[in-house]
Design a protein around this ligand. Structure first.
Ligand SMILES: Nc1ncnc2c1ncn2[C@@H]1O[C@H](COP(=O)(O)OP(=O)(O)OP(=O)(O)O)[C@@H](O)[C@H]1O
Ligand SMILES: [Mg+2]
Length: 231
């Protein structure tokens, strides 16, 4: 279980996140929603340790993460699929995924076949450069890289941004499978409402750095949508 308690974060003097408290459960997918610029990525970066909160705390189960740097959090089970994918264009598919292996507790050096079974297109393009893949393939590569670290908690920041519908659908299926079969705790930043309704179990909505709504996705109301999500 990923727990965030009373987290406050500022960029310099500009406060961006206010008193954020959230619980994300193993075996489920939790959506973090909200319009552009409300603080979704900032929150994800705080969980991954790429940004450091001024107060509050973050833990997985009983394990406190708040004071740990990003690589130590990765070792404790946090996997990140960043916004914009950030794959390495001049490395091959295989090399990109190998970078994810560094976060593992064991010391295997070979990408587990299971990952290629999940993403057959990556198996086929193993020795191509990351930069030569399509956007959707790069997104799958970014997910594969995070999974190579064998995470307990998988953070995905807008994985459907600019991706074609059939790949979105396939990514959705994989996330549901990971939650179900590996009891993974999946945190999905997402603005694409239909995708949220289709694959997530719980949701939180941010507005101007605050949690303004949350609950089970089946209870996500039209009122919340028009108040906090519609552009
Ligand atoms: N490095 C930074 N320094 C200062 N301010 C920043 C920085 N990064 C983001 N911000 C500001 O913090 C606020 C939250 O940004 P953030 O990227 O977390 O939003 P977001 O909800 O992820 O938006 P989007 O949907 O566009 O990805 C915005 O006002 C943004 O301009
Ligand atoms: Mg963002």
């Amino acid at each position: 279980m990923l727990v965030i308690e009373s987290l406050n974060f500022s960029y310099g003097h500009v406060q961006t996140l206010y008193d954020i408290s959230m619980v994300m459960r193993p075996g489920s997918i939790t959506a973090i929603m909200g319009r552009n610029g409300v603080g979704k990525t900032t929150l994800i970066r705080n969980i991954a340790g790429l940004a450091r909160c001024q107060s509050g705390n973050i833990r997985i189960g009983e394990t406190e993460l708040t004071s740990l740097p990003p690589h130590a959090r990765a070792r404790k089970g946090i996997g990140l699929v960043p916004q914009g994918r950030q794959i390495f264009p001049k490395l091959t598919v295989e090399e990109n995924i190998q970078i994810g292996l560094q976060a593992r507790k064991d010391t295997i050096k070979k990408v587990p076949e299971e990952i290629y079974e999940m993403f057959p297109i990556l198996a086929q393009f193993r020795s191509r450069y990351g930069g030569d893949l399509s956007g959707g393939q790069q997104q799958q590569l970014a997910i594969a890289r995070a999974l190579a670290g064998d995470p307990q908690v998988l953070l995905l920041d807008e994985p459907t941004e600019g991706i074609q519908p059939n790949i979105i659908q396939s990514i959705g299926g994989i996330l549901q499978q990971l939650a179900r079969t590996k009891s993974m705790t999946i945190v999905l930043v997402e603005q694409y409402l239909d995708f949220v309704k289709k694959i997530t179990n719980y949701f939180y909505v941010l507005n101007r750095g605050r949690v303004v709504a949350g609950g089970e996705t089946k209870d996500l109301s039209e009122e919340i949508i028009s108040l906090h999500l519609k552009v």
